[in-house]
Write a new protein. Structure first.
Length: 175
């Protein structure tokens, strides 16, 4: 295995899950946001750290990864694109509380990130997300039908009994 070829691997093209897997295989810390994982892998490659897989396997992962490069700022967007079940799984991996609605889970995951850049972005985005969630939750729940409200309550393990106003309040309080 030729080390200069290994340095040519563009870790920014890999997904966070793939980066974590690569860190684990290289006996590196696999916690943190994408930027921290990329930095860790690049430093290990530059230092000539040994790898347990062949270059062909790494290149195969790069070919399977999406072509678009993602910046640290877009890490927030990535969480928002995940489904609630995927967000809960990610919370479990990081040892975080898995209860709450999507916006709460996204915020929790963003706050658990590592890296100064990610933290700075989180502070700015945090306030915007909180305001948007509060506005959307109030508007969305009031527009929903009683059956939809009950289904949403059931998803969140809340009491499904009561009139529309009670259900809306219950959902808003849980958000």
């Amino acid at each position: 295995v030729d080390e200069p070829e290994e340095e040519a691997v563009d870790f920014s093209k890999l997904k966070v899950a793939e980066l974590r897997e690569e860190c684990t295989k290289r006996d590196l810390d696999s916690k943190g946001v994408k930027a921290a994982l990329i930095k860790r892998l690049n430093e290990a490659s530059a230092a000539g750290a040994s790898t347990k897989r062949s270059i062909d396997e790494v290149e195969g992962d790069v070919e399977e990864a999406p072509a678009a490069k993602k910046a640290v700022v877009e890490e927030t967007v990535d969480f928002k694109k995940l489904k609630v079940a995927e967000l809960r799984a990610e919370c479990t991996k990081r040892g975080l509380d898995t209860k709450g609605v999507k916006a709460v889970l996204v915020k929790r995951l963003e706050e658990s990130g590592e890296g100064k850049v990610a933290e700075e972005v989180d502070e700015e985005v945090e306030e915007e997300v909180e305001e948007e969630v509060e506005e959307e939750a109030a508007v969305d729940f009031k527009k929903m039908k009683v059956a939809e409200l009950r289904a949403e309550c059931k998803k969140r393990d809340l009491d499904t009994k009561g009139v529309k106003a009670v259900l809306v309040k219950r959902l808003e309080d849980s958000a």
